[in-house]
Design a protein around this ligand. Structure first.
Ligand SMILES: Cc1cc2nc3c(=O)[nH]c(=O)nc-3n(C[C@H](O)[C@H](O)[C@H](O)COP(=O)(O)OP(=O)(O)OC[C@H]3O[C@@H](n4cnc5c(N)ncnc54)[C@H](O)[C@@H]3O)c2cc1C
Length: 375
């Protein structure tokens, strides 16, 4: 990571820290943090230098998101979906859109999940119909992060023709016929604006197709999944890291006044053992996370397996570590000012984001047993 990216990461993390509590309490989009990212050129981090981007690596983006997630899960989630969408735009978008992303003028996201096929993102039931030089889209998208704030959605539908699973499109969010169904009011990641989006006879130019008709599943697996899995793992591990640090701080700072010596929470061997397990779990998952990125960078034969593993490992680690943090920090952990309960709520999300942990265990089992992932 170059010095200017390292400095930008720290600046952005500080902005995220300043606004995180309000973002959570109000369920407000983390505008200040995303604007700071835009000004620092971070929205174009994964854009190639030839279109004016930073030409950063997946590891750069993962490092940024892990650091931001320690301060604000919602900001890290918005960035995760932005980089996941821009990976598709970089690979299949036109030069104008790529330049807009690189210049920070375009906030991206994925609109894959649907009310019909739910977490089975690989099987959209929404339609795309050709009408002259236009495409007409109809859909009930169930969750779109940054729904009201994204410039355009990377959108899945059934293909125009043929029996393949899907086709991808770039759908500007101001297109007539699109309707965002209200603000997001959820348990965690409360500022990520992940709302349902309804599309009724939404007309886009045919050249807004991303990749070939019917090529959607291949792009999801080859381009989206490595980026999304690594970055949502970064989100989960940033939350988990913050939980380890806050728990250790709480355990060493809180005391029993009636005990003359050894009166800190951390003087209890039980508490120290819990903290030790938290540290160990996070470090093990981080080692896998780093190795996954190395496997992707080097095109290693096991990269596909690692990509499936890393999201499941990071999500489970974050949820378990969050549970332990709530236990170790006692009744105090229920209070917002201690700062543990927000990360606890935020950490639940990566378990159920598709591919969900349970789906990943099924995919992993199939991969290890030499079976096809789908079918
Ligand atoms: C905060 C947040 C932000 C999100 N942002 C986006 C976004 O930007 N874009 C987007 O496209 N989606 C987004 N999603 C949606 C997400 O990816 C999932 O599609 C969604 O959470 C699935 O919820 P559901 O209730 O429909 O799950 P269901 O499909 O009803 O699943 C219910 C349970 O069944 C299990 N299950 C389902 N299928 C299998 C299987 N084959 N094997 C084993 N277990 C299975 C699941 O693991 C889960 O535990 C977001 C979700 C959240 C929570």
């Amino acid at each position: 990571m170059t010095l200017d990216i390292t400095n930008a990461v720290e600046t952005r993390a500080m902005t995220a820290r300043e606004h995180a509590a309000a973002v959570d309490q109000l369920g407000a989009f983390p505008t200040a943090t995303i604007e700071a990212a835009r000004k620092l050129g971070m929205l174009g981090l994964l854009s190639h230098k030839e279109v004016g981007g930073k030409g950063g690596t997946l590891r750069d983006a993962a490092t940024l998101i892990e650091r931001v997630a320690r301060e604000c899960g919602s900001s890290a989630m918005v960035l995760t979906m932005h980089f996941s969408g821009t990976a598709v735009i970089e690979a299949h978008g036109d030069a104008t859109t790529r330049r807009e992303v690189a210049a920070g003028k375009h906030l991206s996201t994925l609109a894959f999940s649907e009310a019909g096929s739910r977490s089975h993102f690989w099987a959209p039931v929404s339609t795309a119909k050709a009408d002259g030089s236009s495409i007409v889209l109809d859909a009930e998208k169930s969750w779109v992060t940054s729904a009201s704030h994204a410039t355009a959605y990377v959108w899945s539908s059934k293909p125009l023709v043929g029996s393949e699973a899907s086709t991808l499109w770039l759908v500007p969010n101001k297109t007539p016929g699109l309707k965002v169904s209200g603000p997001f009011d959820g348990l965690g990641l409360r500022g990520n604006d992940s709302a349902p989006v309804h599309a009724e006879r939404v007309r886009i130019p045919a050249h807004h197709r991303l990749g070939d008709d019917g090529a959607g599943l291949g792009i999801m697996m080859r381009t989206v999944l490595p980026t999304f899995s690594t970055l949502i793992a970064a989100c989960a591990l940033g939350l988990a890291e913050a939980l380890v640090l806050k728990t250790a701080e709480h355990a060493t700072g809180q005391r029993y006044a009636h005990l003359p010596t050894a009166n800190a929470l951390a003087d209890l061997p039980t508490v120290r053992a819990y903290v030790a397990r938290m540290r160990l779990q996070v470090d093990m998952a981080k080692a896998l996370w780093s190795d996954t990125i190395t496997a992707i960078e080097n095109g290693r034969a096991d990269a596909g397996l690692r990509v499936l593993e890393v999201k499941a490992a990071a999500a489970d680690t974050a949820a378990q570590v969050a549970d332990t943090a709530m236990r170790v920090c006692g009744g105090m952990a229920f209070r917002k000012d201690v700062g543990v309960e927000r990360s606890f709520r935020d950490a639940r999300a990566s378990l159920v984001m598709a591919p969900t942990s349970d789906q990943l265990y099924d995919f992993l089992g199939k991969a290890v047993c030499g079976m096809p992932l789908f079918g």
